[in-house]
Design a protein around this ligand. Structure first.
Ligand code: MRU
Ligand code: ZN
Length: 211
């Protein structure tokens, strides 16, 4: 029998949890047209991640596979084209247990229409849904990276920015979407829901203010 470098029970739980949460995220409209990818850390050397090109509204446990922390497939099939953006986070912080990436309307409009290199969320009660935040009197600066099809280069760019600035919780990719991470999948989902809601609010406020 082939010995897997991760626990089969841990993998099964991760695949089930990712498939369930993926369907939930899709229902919010944050993962249209096979976009987005989701992952969970299995152990120090491996993660479970969505396969490339899957319909997230129909996500099944068989749409998940294992990769090592260099982004190489550890089971049959093709992992997400953006796997390196997940493994970069697992490698940089051993406290990261889950990563969620979405393609929402709000994150796309905000990063395309306003050419800033970051979006700041502050003063919102919902910020308390972010891991480690305990008061509305908090401030989250979300950096915006330019989009590219060179995912390895983007992962290096994110890693360098994290080494310099200690980016926390999330970053955006212009005209593309949001990456967010947390210590486990339920926490990461809660954080994603708060961030997507706040980005939609931010978009509405800017429209109302006519800026
Ligand atoms: C279907 S367009 C979106 C993709 O190009 C990509 O950005 C994405 O999020 C999904 O890629 P995938 O390889 O399925 O994980
Ligand atoms: Zn994407």
């Amino acid at each position: 029998m082939i010995e897997r470098p991760y626990s089969t029970a841990v993998y099964r739980d991760a695949a089930h949890a990712l498939a369930t949460i993926g369907q939930r995220i899709y229902q919010h409209g944050w993962s249209p047209a096979t976009s987005s990818n989701y992952s969970v850390r299995l152990n120090a050397s491996h993660a479970a991640i969505t396969r490339s090109g899957k319909d997230k509204g129909l996500l099944q446990e068989t749409d998940i596979m294992a990769v090592d922390m260099n982004g190489q497939a550890a089971s049959d099939g093709k992992p997400s084209a953006e796997t390196l953006l997940h493994t970069q986070l697992y490698r940089r912080h051993d406290t990261v247990g889950a990563v969620l990436h979405t393609h929402s309307h709000a994150s796309t409009v905000l990063t395309m229409h306003w050419p800033a290199n970051s979006i700041t969320l502050e003063g919102y009660e919902l910020l308390k849904a972010l891991e480690g935040f305990t008061t509305h009197d908090s401030r989250l600066v979300i950096p915006v990276f330019d989009n590219t099809q060179d995912i390895a280069a983007l992962a290096d760019q994110v890693d360098a920015a994290m080494a310099d600035d200690g980016i926390s919780h999330a970053y955006l990719i212009r005209g593309h979407g949001l990456y967010t991470w947390a210590s486990d999948l339920p926490t990461c989902y809660r954080q994603l829901e708060a961030l997507e809601t706040l980005l939609a609010i931010e978009l509405d406020r800017r429209r109302l203010q006519g800026v």
